[in-house]
Design a protein around this ligand. Structure first.
Ligand SMILES: Cc1cc2nc3c(=O)[nH]c(=O)nc-3n(C[C@H](O)[C@H](O)[C@H](O)COP(=O)(O)OP(=O)(O)OC[C@H]3O[C@@H](n4cnc5c(N)ncnc54)[C@H](O)[C@@H]3O)c2cc1C
Ligand code: FES
Length: 285
């Protein structure tokens, strides 16, 4: 009876489950990756996520925050979240040590179209911490590399010191990902491109009918990526953006995350551009 109850609750999005922090990696100033393992083996066994989905991380006494899952979806033993300190919840998380516990519920939301774009070329264009929600898609594609055509990562950060997961780029290159990195400002040792992410498009030869774009990062960057994609005649249905809005319930009930007719928590965070085009350039959205 207890096992039955536990396994049905394991799937319930209202229920937060306790998880132990098994590792913390400082990525950037104010940004760390937390590796979590569920305390309850029944929850761990039942939990699955798709690339691009997020969890609500719960710090008792402080509240909840929506944080994307940044680990490999094929790994069922551990969940990673890469978190920038922003306010109450993320500050409380930053005080936690390895071995301590937090709670989480999820996974929530839509995912990157990694199944739909099989057989196609894929461009992953992201900026800053926007690489975190796309890392599971990169892992998925590299785990099934022969299912895809050309796969390119166009990634940018403000300076070379602001690049996320730099130790993984060479491994990704060796596994069949074309990786182009740019920074807004270089430094003495920097040998990569200098400029913003959309500028990397100028160098690309694309097959517009064959290409899917996935983008995540500051909204201004995504606007320019979408502009470059559409200018190259990639249909809006093949351009995917991940949106961020303030969240509360995570399940389409409270209206905190409303975006035109959509709820970002339930219908998003990943949308194809055709769904959000009417609202995308409105400042008040
Ligand atoms: C789907 C989704 C995925 C996300 N993934 C990540 C992630 O992987 N890593 C990460 O570090 N952060 C992520 N965020 C952003 C994160 O949820 C906010 O920074 C979060 O609210 C921080 O919680 P807090 O209590 O520390 O700060 P709060 O006290 O909630 O917020 C601090 C400040 O940030 C503003 N704010 C809160 N939420 C957002 C938001 N969504 N967009 C813009 N401003 C906001 C608040 O208005 C306030 O000014 C994601 C958000 C969404 C919606
Ligand atoms: S967070 Fe409540 S409706 Fe989206």
């Amino acid at each position: 009876m207890t096992m039955l109850l536990e396994s049905s609750l394991a799937h319930h999005p209202w229920v937060a489950h306790s998880a132990r922090i098994v590792d913390i990696r400082a990525e950037l100033p104010n940004v760390s990756t937390y590796d979590l393992v569920f305390d309850n083996p029944a929850v761990a066994a039942a939990y699955r996520f798709a690339s691009g989905q997020f969890n609500m991380l719960y710090l008792p006494g402080f509240g909840e925050s929506a944080i994307s899952i940044s680990s490999d979806p094929s790994r069922h033993d551990l969940l990673s979240h890469t978190v920038r300190i922003a306010g109450n919840v993320t500050q409380a998380l930053a005080r936690k040590k390895i071995g301590q516990h937090i709670a989480l519920r999820g996974p929530f939301g839509s995912s990157w179209p990694v199944e739909r774009c099989k057989g196609r070329d894929v461009i992953i264009a992201c900026g800053g911490i926007g690489l975190a929600p796309l890392r599971p898609a990169i892992y998925h594609i590299l785990n099934h590399r022969s299912d895809y055509g050309r796969v390119m990562l166009l990634y940018g950060a403000r300076t070379p010191k602001d690049l996320l997961y730099p130790s993984e780029y060479d491994k990704w290159r060796g596994s069949g990902l074309e990786v182009e990195i740019t920074t807004d400002i270089g430094d003495a040792g920097w040998k990569g491109h200098v400029g913003v992410v959309p500028v990397l498009f100028y160098r690309l030869r694309l097959q517009p009918k064959q290409t899917t774009i996935m983008t995540c990062g500051p909204e201004i960057m995504m606007r320019f990526v979408v502009f470059e994609a559409l200018a190259r005649r990639i249909p809006p249905e093949d351009v995917f953006v991940s949106l961020e809005r303030n969240m509360s319930c995570g399940m389409g009930f409270c209206g905190h995350c409303q975006y035109g007719p959509h709820f970002v928590c339930k219908d998003g965070p990943v949308f194809d551009f055709a769904q959000v085009e009417p609202f995308f350039n409105l400042e008040e959205m």
